[in-house]
Design a protein around this ligand. Structure first.
Ligand SMILES: Cc1cc2nc3c(=O)[nH]c(=O)nc-3n(C[C@H](O)[C@H](O)[C@H](O)COP(=O)(O)OP(=O)(O)OC[C@H]3O[C@@H](n4cnc5c(N)ncnc54)[C@H](O)[C@@H]3O)c2cc1C
Length: 386
């Protein structure tokens, strides 16, 4: 791939080794028990510097590029989607801070994000406000020295383990103002194995897959946040501030999908060479060859678009459109490839004996979170019709 240099490939080999040694041996077992990623894996990821790939060295990061970040997200997700996802929250918060944070906020949080000691979660979605995020109603009411947050958030992934929640809330109570009345806050909480904040209650949401990270419905009751936790110190700019993080978030989501798709493809390919029916390996039957070929085409198309978007970002250009297209393509590819992988394994594909059913469940979420595919298509259509 022309965007990827030998240095990048060297980095990829190291992440691949990490995934093979640390993640693959435990992923299916923990997924089956519905258990989260062990904290020691997160500590080891931090030791490898994975949380700091994109952050400048002055903030204790590695100061590397988006291609490297894409490689890390892809390779870790090959082991387990949830592991690839732990990092991407940091990318969202880091992008927000770098673009809009005050100097104090940058100094306070970025070194921790880069070294994996600040673990954030995003509380944007609400029970009645998903794709239409401008319709959210959580209130941030001015009080002495800060704000009081009241309302409900939905689907806050990692809320239990995060020590900072990024919360988008309404500083202007007039809901008709929609996106113009929203502000971004950082809510600090103790990191622990549960929601530890006296005024936030959380209920985990049982899910089809993505078991390594838990998502929560959260209820905020008079949660006090000091003034300096308002991003950039500016009210009513939260929605616009968040937009800068979209391209990175979508890019990394596409990379995660490519990782899961690659894992499913590799498994099915190997299986098709070993499994014999009608006196020959199933990969010698034309219908299976056709599937493998189509899977490979979809996989490479998704990968190329993803790395292309990353290379644009590295060249200093905006890549909202390309990142959106990469996410849509990768979401389709991972659904197609994991489904076909399951088909190639036949009954074994539907069993818990092999990881293909996990890839199939995990891959399904890509077209839903970080902006649904329908919304991505809307954004792409707007851009091309402009
Ligand atoms: C596993 C998981 C983890 C998540 N983690 C987080 C998290 O950490 N933080 C967070 O804030 N949120 C998180 N989310 C929420 C996620 O971002 C939302 O589910 C997503 O934005 C869609 O919102 P919704 O579920 O309310 O669906 P809705 O917005 O109600 O959409 C329902 C359907 O209608 C379609 N639709 C809606 N509007 C349009 C339109 N204008 N045109 C065409 N189709 C449309 C959608 O594409 C979808 O198919 C997570 C979700 C999941 C499943």
């Amino acid at each position: 791939m022309s965007f990827v240099t030998s240095d990048h490939e060297e980095f990829r080999s190291a992440v691949r080794r990490f995934t093979e040694e640390e993640i693959i041996p435990i992923a299916s077992d923990l997924d089956a028990k519905n258990e989260e990623i062990p904290m020691e894996i997160i500590t080891k990821m931090a030791e490898q510097g994975y949380f700091g790939v994109l952050f400048p060295e002055e903030y204790d990061g590695l100061g590397l590029d988006n291609i490297t970040m894409t490689i890390v997200a892809e390779e870790l997700s090959k082991g387990w989607l949830s592991v690839g996802s732990v990092m991407t929250r940091g990318v969202i918060m880091g992008t927000l801070l770098e673009a809009h944070g005050t100097d104090e906020q940058k100094k306070k949080y970025i070194p921790g994000l880069a070294t994996g000691t600040v673990l954030p979660a995003a509380a944007f979605t609400e029970p009645d406000s998903g794709s239409d995020s401008a319709s959210m109603i959580m209130k941030a009411t001015k009080t002495d020295g800060g704000y009081l947050l009241n309302g409900a958030k939905a689907w806050c992934t990692y809320a239990n383990r995060a020590n900072v929640l990024m919360v988008l809330a309404r500083t202007n109570p007039d809901t008709s103002l929609r996106h113009k009345g929203l502000s971004m806050f950082f809510v600090e909480k103790e990191s622990a194995e549960k929601i530890v904040h006296p005024n936030i209650k959380g209920e985990p949401i049982p899910t089809v897959g993505y078991h390594g990270m838990r998502s929560f419905n959260l209820a905020f009751e008079d949660v006090f946040v000091p003034e300096d936790s308002l991003l950039g110190g500016e009210e009513n700019k939260g929605f616009y501030q968040l937009m800068v993080s979209y391209e990175s978030a979508r890019l990394q989501t596409a990379a995660r999908a490519v990782g899961v798709a690659q894992a499913a493809f590799d498994f099915a390919l190997q299986y098709s060479k070993e499994r014999e029916q009608f006196g020959k390996p199933i990969c010698e039957h034309q219908a299976i060859r056709m599937k493998l070929s189509e899977m490979k085409v979809e996989l490479e198309a998704a990968r190329q678009l993803t790395y292309y978007a990353a290379s644009l970002k590295d060249s200093g250009k905006r890549c909202d459109l390309e990142a959106g297209m990469a996410k849509v393509k990768a979401a389709k590819a991972v659904e197609f490839i994991t489904r076909e992988a399951m088909q190639i394994l036949g009954g074994y594909g539907y069993s818990k004996e092999f990881p293909v059913e996990r890839y199939w469940r995990d891959g399904r979420v890509i077209s839903i979170f970080e902006g649904t595919s329908e919304i991505q298509h809307e954004v792409i259509a707007k851009a091309i019709l402009k």
